[in-house]
Unconditional design. Sequence first.
Length: 180
Amino acid sequence: MNTETRYGWVSRLIHWLMALGVIAMLGLGAYIVRMEVGFSNLWLFGVHKSIGMMLFALIILRLIWHRISAPPAPMPAEAAWQDSAARIAHRSFYVLLVLIPIFGYIGSAASGLDVLLFERWKVPSVVPVSEAWEDGAFLVHSILTKLLAALVLIHIAAAIKRRDGTLRRMLLGSAEARVA
Ligand code: HEM
Ligand code: HEM
């Protein structure tokens, strides 16, 4: 459970799994759209889609978890604008991380190919097979991932720059160094 000042392990685990997954997916996505597609590397699309859908589940889990166990209030920053900037950035993460997989799914399903989870489970298709839908959805998917990448860089820079225990709190739970 989170408390008023501490992040519990569930929130921290989800945060770091998400961080790892998102950074890997930004790299993998950029790679698959540039590679010369052939039979030998087609499976990478499947990996991208499967991890993307897992991340979608994780972000929904995180949103639910934060309703059950509210995260600690942010540690007061040096300036009020920084507090608002952090709040906007965190909200934007949630919005982007819900929308990006949805548009990835719409584009993939509109292509007419089955969207499979780990080459096994078929995700039901709820969109028409249409080139216009496919192109439109992938365009949105692509633009939103650029915004996400920019936000990730700003977020990491802000987390490293702050020297008030904010990073420690996300890594170890508490902002305070433990007294023996
Ligand atoms: C790359 C993907 C990442 C995403 C999508 C992400 C997302 C988020 C979100 C949404 C929050 C708000 C937490 C909440 O809901 O209460 C948060 C907090 C935080 N993140 Fe990340 N994060 C990422 C990577 C990182 C990395 C690489 C670092 C460290 C260098 C980091 C450090 C932190 C810290 C220290 C907080 C706590 C902020 C606070 O308590 O005010 N994050 N992150
Ligand atoms: C957080 C999750 C995701 C991230 C961060 C992500 C990231 C990316 C990135 C960076 C690209 C390259 C975009 C470009 O430069 O044009 C891309 C392409 C792609 N993504 Fe995702 N993606 C995610 C989820 C998904 C999901 C859930 C699916 C499908 C179920 C999906 C399907 C695709 C496909 C098929 C492409 C290639 C599009 C094309 O050929 O134009 N993605 N993704």
